[in-house]
Every structure is written in structure tokens, then in C-alpha cells.
Design a protein around this ligand. Structure first.
Ligand code: ATP
Ligand code: MG
Length: 782
């Protein structure tokens, strides 16, 4: 290893990176280089300790983070190789040499590294071993299994509630029933065990839905997101030989964001790391390691059963219990490289209000920086206007700031609308991170349903979704009679529709439609082993008539859908390029099911990012707007009377603040329309906990005035008004017709003056605000 590689690290990070075998916990606050240490450690294991990349398993919180980590590692290796074999920095080499180096690194190293989310990694394990698993009722799955993502799982639950059990959807809301099922699964409870725990009727009905739900999954040869992790855990417990194989394979396990691990995920790590349940379970620490990094103050996923006491128990669970265990198995990082001192101090002082935490030090390394600005808005529209004006001002002032450097973080998705409206109006490009997944769009789900039906004949849900899409004369009653036959005869739906004699019993037009559909599926299924995924997709799009139908519709919406379908085809091509060793359709489908709503497309890197605070974990942006700090919104209404929940909200606020590198803006509104109601709002408890001296606001007298008065009548001279309330002067003598400049809204003309002097309120028609004719602004809104 060249020394300059490790010189990107401070001594504590270096200690963590160079640690070879045994357990190691890295705990540290936000922005202290935990993820960097984990990334470098992977490189160091391969380079310095000659660990075979195949023996490394690294867990990240999102697919995007996994991708970035792989790219970073690839770059580290390529840089080193450039220095070694060409004696030059990588960037100094001609493009084709750089590409060659990178592809060499990919082939020899990064291709074999398993880096991904718990879900993605478990999916890979199941692709190998699911056929060896059987559940408590002896049910089995094949390697062609479908993954039902959250929206599939919810539709299935809904279908069971309404159609199978004839329940009232209002009383048994599919979302909350699905949530209850998911929780039961994560506690390791089977439907029967769950039922025993239920004291009331509602609970017993849910357990009934759960039981049918499990039957349906198995019938469809499908699993849901919870199963992705649960099945490997159960399989490892059932089958020691399989556990031993993966245990031996993954000698070095690394987990980022360990504070948001849940029990099932912990069990998985435990089963992979330890050598059985005997006293000597850690006997082979000489050639294996488990390395986790996290920050208990950033644990924000308890609603997904994450439990930060798992992080706190690491040394107890994996240490050897010897007296110096504590120091040998833990490294603390204490320097923050992300944020300016002002931002960091604000975050630190806020989080100190939590009682459930380990105190830690986080020292700034980036200088004091500017104060945080806290804006009190009139309502959500005024808040959005404030944000856009600040963004425009900063973007115009700084040549090196593009829109990609701004982020707007909010507590709930519903808050995005006001910002989207104004961003559109000003033509500022933006992306919603974690919005509707590409793979959740109707047309994409349709095409994926074709593909799933081809790969997995048992996937009845997918068959039913597209048997008459586009229309081929297969009516509702035909579908019902097919389903009925399937249930009565106990034969999977696919076998019925692909059997000519049974199809012949249907009415002529329907029979034709059904056999045409079966033929398309059958034909492509036969091609599975011989052609690439993209060829199959292309064949399906043409032969199913799906694309022809979209084109024939001729509406803008259909055109949009057509483009998305094309984009899906591009995604298949990209998948094939990135996965040279597994170009199969099965592989692509797994990838599509696991793509999270946080996975980004690269061309959007120069857009303003809008996202919930939960989605912002692990990310950083030069300029951050943290909006909607109001009681009942943030902290959320549901947390208000639960101290533990308030602490989690406070951690969420800590996460939000610590995303900012250079500038932080915070805002709250006096009243807000949310979910259709306009309500007065009071400032968040968290605002009161942030030290005043670190913040400028538009509500305190000591602030410089935002007002600049331009005396149109007196020529081109422009004067700035004195601080509000400080110096009564001519400048505060406003009259109708005066041209004024306002830092947020730009130039406008006064149309009315209410009151006088420092107490005046002005009605102004701003020139530059499309759709916004008039605004009444108090000069000081104390
Ligand atoms: P979070 O808790 O938010 O996940 P983290 O602890 O994982 O943060 P990183 O994202 O690894 O922190 O690092 C934060 C920033 O600091 C990144 O921009 C990273 O490149 C930079 N950084 C990390 N370590 C160093 C270092 N030793 N010297 C300079 N910059 C560093
Ligand atoms: Mg991190």
C-alpha cells in the first residue's frame, strides 16, 4: 500500500482501517468519516492483507451508497495502479488508459466484492440456496422466485381483505394490516404464534389475513421484503452446512449505519460471524473480522424495528470479555470534516437534550463559518418563497454553486408541494429523492409483470395483471372462471391458461386472447437460457402489443408512458453492462425489485434535492434548508406525548442539521395548510433548544434590515434602510408609488401603506414574482 493512500485519514481512522482481525466498533458523530473509514478498510484488506475480495461482505443503507462505495474503491485501486505502473496520477493518464485500468480493477477486484444493502445481499444468497429452505409448514420456493415489493405486498393484503375475507377495508386498512404483519414477521412469529398473542378480535382477524397472505406468497413462488432477510436467517438455523458455507466465505464483514440495524439483520450478522453456538464460537478470530460503524444519535428508523441498543451491545456480543476488551474493540472518531463550526455546535447543543445517549466529542475542523439563519414565515407559501429567494441569491453570488449543491429537507412528503410549485415557477431544476419509484409506475409494473410471469410461472399475480393488458378480449368473467377452475382443480393458473383443451372451453374471443397471451409467455420462457435479458424485453414489448397500444393512444400521458418503457429497456441494457457475470432476466428482475426510491439517476446531479429527513441519512450538501420546524409537524404530532419518540425526532433533527456543509437555513411558519386544513402553528420545541447566539433570525431587532429603499423619484440613488427600530429616519418614511427592493422578493412598487415609521406595514406589487401580484409585509414582524 502506498503511504499516500492512508494519508487521507486521521490517526483514529487509520487505526480503524488498519485493524485486521477480530471485532471492531467505530462510534462517532455525524460527518466524522465513518463511511470513509469503512470504504478505505475494504481497500486495505485487499491490498495490505491480501484478503480475497470474495471473502468480504459490506452492508450499506441504500443501493446508491453501495454503488458509490464500489466506485470509490475502484478509484482507489486505479489510482494506486496508475502510480505504480505509470508513475503518474490517474487523471494525468490518457482517457483510454484510465478506462483500461478501471476495467482491470473491476475484473480482478471489485467484481467479487459483495457490497450492498441487507436486502440485496440476502437476495444473492437466496438465489443460491432458497431451494434448500422450507418454512414451518413445509412450503418450498424455487430459484425463480418473485420478490413482492412493498406496493405488491400491500395490494396483496388489500385483495385478501376485500375479496378473500370480505372484510371492511375502512376498518382493516391494508397499510396498517401490512405493517402489523411485517412486525410479526420481524419478531419471528408465524401466523399461528401471532394469533396466540392477540387479546382481541381485531388481532385475530389480522392473524387470519397474515395466514392467507403467507399462503398466497408461497402459491406465487414469491417472497416479500421481510422474507428476504428472514429466510436466510431461518435457513442458517435449519441447515448447519449452508450456514457453515457462508460463514467460511465471508471472513470480513463490515456494516455501515449499524445504529439502524434491526433484530433480524443482527441475527443474520451473528449467524455469519460466529461459529455455531458453542462456548468457543469466536475461536477463529485469527482470520476473520466484524467491523461496524455507527452513531446512536442518528438512529431514526425505529418504525422499521431498528434498535440502537444493538449498536451499544456490540462489544458485549462480539468481544471476548477480556479486561482490555473495551479499548481493543472500539475506536472513536472525534473530528468532523463536513460542517462548519457554527453548524456543528448547533447540532451538538440540540442533541444534548436527549437523555438516552452516550456523550461524545465532535471537534470542528473547518472554521467558524456563517451563522445559521432562522426564518419565520407567514405560511408555507411564504416559506417556499424565502427558500427560493435565498437559493437564487446564493447561486447568483457564487460562480461555483450550481443547483445540485442545495437541498431542502422536510419531515413529511406532503410538504414538498409548496416547494415544487415555486421551483417550477422559477424554472429551477429539482428532483424529489425518495418519491415515487420509477419501478412503481403503472407501465413499468405492467412490463415487469410480463417478465415475472415468464421467469416464474407460479406468479399468478403477475399473470393476472397483464393477461388483458393491452386489451385482447379477455373479460372479467373469463378471468374469474379461470381463477375458479384453478382453485377447484388445485392446479396453478398458468397450467390452465397454457393448456389448449381447457382454453377451448372459453368463449371464442376470450379463448383467442388467452391463447395469444400464453403463447407470448411460453415463447419467451423457452428463450430464457439462450438469449440476453434485453432481447427478451424487446421481444415482449413488441409481441405483446404493449408499445403499439401506447403509441395508438396518442395522448401526452401515453407518450410519457412510452418513454418510461423505453427507459426500462435502457435500464436492462445498463444492467447487462454492469453485471457481466449475470446478465440473466432473473438477475435484472431482482435488481428492479430491490431498487429503492432513494436510488438516483446521475444526470440529475445538478438539480436541487428535495427529500424527507429520513432519506437524507449519510448524505451531505453545501447548503441545506431545514423547513417546517413547528410543533406537531416536527416533532411530529404522534410523538408529542411520548418522550422516547420526541428523542427520536430530535435525532432526526440532528441528522438534518449535520447534512449541511457550509450554510444552514431553518424555517417555520405561523400558519400552515397541510392535508387540506389551514391551522396556526407554533415554533418547534427544537428551535428553543438551539442557542440563540448561533442564529440570525428575521424576528429579532438586532438583525440588519432586509429592506433597501430605492428612491425612484430622486434618481438612481439607492439607500439601505437602517436596522428596524434602531434609527428612525427618512428611510422609514414610505409612500405609495415608491420603488423598493426586498432581499427575498426583489424589486416592487408600494401600493399601500398601513401605519407609519417602524410599525408600518406595506402592500407591494413585486415585479419579478409571476402569479404573485401583491404582498403585505410588516417591516418588523416581532
Ligand atoms: P454520517 O454520520 O453522516 O454518515 P460519516 O461519519 O460517515 O457521516 P463521511 O461521510 O465518511 O462521514 O465523511 C464526511 C465528510 O468528510 C466527507 O465529505 C468525507 O470525504 C470527509 N472526510 C472524512 N474523513 C476525512 C479526513 N480524514 N480528512 C478530510 N476529509 C475527510
Ligand atoms: Mg456515513
Amino acid at each position: 500500500m502506498t503511504t499516500d493512500f492512508l494519508s487521507h485519514l486521521n490517526p483514529s481512522q487509520r487505526q480503524a482501517v488498519e485493524h485486521f482481525c477480530g471485532p471492531l466498533l467505530v462510534i462517532a458523530g455525524a460527518g466524522s468519516g465513518k463511511t470513509r473509514a469503512l470504504t478505505y478498510r475494504i481497500a486495505n484488506l485487499v491490498l495490505e492483507h491480501h484478503v480475497d475480495p470474495e471473502n468480504i461482505l459490506a452492508v450499506t443503507f441504500t443501493n446508491k451508497a453501495a454503488k458509490e462505495m464500489k466506485e470509490r474503491i475502484e478509484r482507489l485501486f486505479a489510482e494506486r495502479e496508475a502510480a505504480r505502473s505509470h508513475d503518474k496520477p490517474l487523471e494525468a493518464l490518457p482517457g483510454h488508459v484510465q478506462t483500461k485500468l478501471r476495467s482491470q480493477v473491476y475484473k480482478t477486484i471489485t467484481k467479487d466484492l459483495w457490497i450492498g444493502t441487507f436486502h440485496a445481499l440476502c437476495c444473492r444468497i437466496l438465489r443460491f440456496d432458497i431451494e434448500k429452505f422450507q418454512d414451518e409448514r413445509g412450503r418450498k420456493w424455487t430459484r425463480a422466485f418473485s420478490i413482492f415489493d412493498e406496493s405488491d405486498a400491500q395490494s396483496l393484503v388489500k385483495d385478501i381483505i376485500i375479496n378473500q375475507l370480505n372484510l371492511d377495508e375502512k376498518k382493516f386498512d391494508p397499510r396498517s394490516v401490512r405493517y402489523a404483519i411485517s412486525n410479526a414477521k420481524n419478531k419471528g412469529l408465524s401466523p399461528q404464534e401471532y394469533e396466540k398473542e392477540q387479546p382481541n378480535f381485531r388481532g385475530r382477524v389480522i392473524s387470519n389475513v397474515y395466514s392467507v397472505y403467507q399462503d398466497k406468497l408461497a402459491e406465487n413462488n414469491a417472497i416479500d421484503f421481510d422474507d428476504l432477510i428472514l429466510i436466510p436467517v431461518q435457513l442458517f438455523r435449519q441447515n448447519e452446512q449452508i450456514r457453515a458455507y457462508w460463514h467460511k466465505r465471508f471472513r470480513h464483514i463490515l456494516v455501515d449505519e449499524y445504529q439502524d440495524t434491526n433484530r433480524t439483520q443482527y441475527d443474520l450478522i451473528q449467524l455469519l460471524v460466529t461459529n455455531g453456538e458453542s462456548a468457543s464460537k469466536f475461536e477463529d478470530w485469527n482470520y476473520r473480522s466484524v467491523f461496524v460503524v455507527g452513531d446512536a444519535d442518528q438512529s431514526i428508523y425505529s418504525f422499521r424495528m431498528a434498535d440502537f441498543t444493538i449498536l451499544m451491545g456490540f462489544q458485549h456480543d462480539f468481544g471476548d470479555g477480556l479486561p482490555d476488551d473495551d479499548t481493543r474493540t472500539m475506536v472513536k472518531l472525534q473530528e468532523n470534516y463536513r460542517s462548519t463550526e457554527n453548524i456543528l455546535q448547533l447540532a451538538n447543543e440540540l442533541i444534548e437534550n436527549n437523555t438516552e445517549r452516550i456523550d461524545k466529542i465532535l471537534k470542528p475542523t473547518r472554521g467558524r463559518g456563517e451563522s445559521t439563519f432562522c426564518y419565520r414565515a407567514q405560511d408555507e407559501i411564504d416559506e417556499a418563497e424565502f427558500v427560493i429567494q435565498q437559493m437564487r441569491r446564493l447561486e447568483q453570488m457564487n460562480a461555483d454553486l450550481h443547483w445540485g449543491k442545495f437541498a431542502i429537507l422536510y419531515r413529511t412528503n406532503a410538504q414538498s408541494r409548496a416547494f415544487e410549485d415555486i421551483l417550477v415557477r422559477w424554472g429551477v431544476p429539482y428532483k424529489i429523492v425518495g418519491g415515487l419509484r420509477f419501478y412503481d409506475r403503472k407501465e413499468i409494473k405492467d412490463v415487469l409483470a410480463y417478465l415475472r410471469a415468464i421467469v416464474n410461472p407460479a406468479d399468478t399475480l403477475s399473470l393476472l395483471r397483464v393477461i388483458n393488458t393491452p386489451r385482447r378480449g379477455v373479460g372479467k368473467s373469463t378471468i374469474e372462471s379461470l381463477q375458479k377452475a384453478s382453485i377447484e382443480l388445485g392446479i396453478p393458473l398458468w397450467e390452465i391458461i397454457s393448456d389448449e383443451t381447457s382454453v377451448k372451453t372459453l368463449a371464442g374471443r376470450s379463448a383467442k386472447g388467452v391463447s395469444a397471451f400464453a403463447a407470448i409467455i411460453e415463447k419467451h420462457r423457452e428463450m430464457l437460457d439462450s438469449v440476453s435479458a434485453s432481447e427478451i424485453v424487446q421481444g415482449v414489448l413488441e409481441e405483446s402489443g404493449y408499445v403499439r397500444d401506447l403509441k395508438a393512444q396518442g395522448t401526452d400521458e401515453a407518450e410519457d408512458r412510452f418513454q418510461n418503457v423505453q427507459e426500462l429497456y435502457n435500464a436492462v441494457l445498463q444492467y447487462e453492462e454492469e453485471n457481466e457475470d449475470d446478465k440473466s432476466l432473473v438477475g435484472f428482475l431482482a435488481n428492479a425489485s430491490l431498487a429503492s426510491d432513494l436510488d438516483d439517476t446521475p444526470e440529475e446531479a445538478t438539480n436541487v434535492s428535495l427529500m424527507t429527513l429520513h432519506s437524507s441519512k449519510g448524505l451531505e450538501f453545501p447548503i441545506v434548508f431545514l423547513v417546517g420546524l413547528e410543533q406537531g409537524l416536527f416533532p411530529s404530532y404522534r410523538s408529542l406525548d411520548d418522550p422516547a419518540a420526541i428523542e427520536e425526532e430530535r435525532r432526526l433533527c440532528y441528522v438534518g442539521i449535520t447534512r449541511a456543509q457550509e450554510r444552514l437555513f431553518i424555517s417555520h411558519a405561523r400558519e400552515r395548510r397541510l392535508y387540506g386544513n389551514r391551522e396556526p402553528a407554533s415554533p418547534s420545541l427544537f428551535l428553543a433548544e438551539m442557542p440563540r447566539e448561533l442564529m440570525d433570525t428575521n424576528t429579532a431587532t438586532s438583525l440588519p434590515s432586509k429592506w433597501t429603499k430605492s428612491l425612484a423619484k430622486g434618481g438612481s440613488q439607492t439607500r439601505t434602510a437602517a436596522p428596524v427600530g434602531a434609527e428612525p429616519s427618512d428611510d422609514l418614511d414610505w409612500s405609495v408609488g415608491d420603488r423598493v427592493m426586498h432581499a427575498q422578493f426583489g424589486v416592487g412598487e408600494i401600493t399601500n401603506v398601513f401605519g407609519s415609521g417602524a410599525k408600518a406595514t406595506l402592500a407591494i406589487r413585486f415585479d419579478g414574482l409571476p402569479g404573485m401580484k401583491r404582498k403585505i409585509l410588516p417591516i418588523s414582524d416581532r
